[in-house]
Design a protein around this ligand. Structure first.
Ligand SMILES: [Zn+2]
Length: 247
């Protein structure tokens, strides 16, 4: 992907770079930011909003698929500057407030033979991943529809983190899977639908079980925290991920 944001579905925009994505949902002239990406994405976000005749002030809410630092990056600044409310599943709230990450399902060591790891650390480092601000104020959710622009439906998909969720936008035909699935593995560099690697996850068995919640969703476009959009539907993506196995 080039570093230019693009509209990937009606009123749904992809921001970020080749390694990390976040998304903007437009609803009339109000907006929701889905995940905060990396802190260094902020100039891109501000410029993209300006190019479309809007501004940070049009963002009402930031909703998090989970509270890992490559998904919270801009959230605190958008919260205070827009200003906006930040929403996260109750099981990821503490991580969002403190930056303290749960235990990991695997060690980083096996991945260092892949060049992708070094690329990730360089790019994430340059974009401020290690300096992600904690989020001082949050609203928590567990299930149902979120009363924010785009009215996303919460799909609990724990495993990558304890409180990981996907967001379904039925009227746009979009499923934002977060890191419940990816089409680019940031540690191995492998492409295609798959689970995120163990070393970034909380409980792989739980993540595998959560795929069942995604495969029955009706969505023409599936979007991920890492990798290109998928347009063959969640069921096929989940089937491929199961065939791919765990990395
Ligand atoms: Zn991620």
């Amino acid at each position: 992907m080039s570093e230019a944001p693009t509209q990937v579905a009606p009123g749904v925009h992809r921001l970020g770079n080749a390694l990390v994505n976040c998304y903007l949902i437009e609803d009339g002239n109000r907006m929701t930011l889905v995940d905060g990406g990396l802190p260094g994405f902020r100039p891109q976000l501000v410029e993209y909003l300006r190019s479309r005749g809007s501004s940070l002030a049009d963002i009402d809410a930031v909703i998090l698929t989970h509270a890992h630092s490559d998904h919270t990056g801009m959230a605190e600044q958008v919260r205070t500057d827009a200003p906006a409310t930040v929403h996260v599943h109750e099981l990821d709230e503490r991580m969002a407030r403190t930056g303290k990450v749960h235990k990991r399902a695997g060690s980083m060591l096996p991945y260092f033979r892949h060049p992708a790891v070094y690329k990730l650390f360089v790019v994430a480092g340059r974009l401020g991943a290690a300096r992600t601000p904690n989020i001082a104020e949050l609203e928590t959710f567990t299930e149902g529809d979120l009363d924010v622009p785009g009215r996303p439906r919460i799909i609990p998909t724990p495993g990558h983190s304890p409180g990981h969720v996907a967001f379904h936008l039925p009227d746009r035909g979009v499923l934002i899977a977060g890191d419940a699935l990816c089409t680019y593995n940031p540690l191995t560099g492998k492409r295609g639908p798959q689970l995120m690697p163990r070393a970034f996850g909380f409980d792989i068995g739980q993540a595998q079980a959560s795929l069942a919640a995604l495969e029955r969703i009706d969505a023409g476009t599936v979007l991920f925290g890492h990798g290109e959009p998928w347009t063959d539907g969640p069921a096929v993506a989940v089937q491929r991920a199961r065939e791919f196995g765990v990395t």
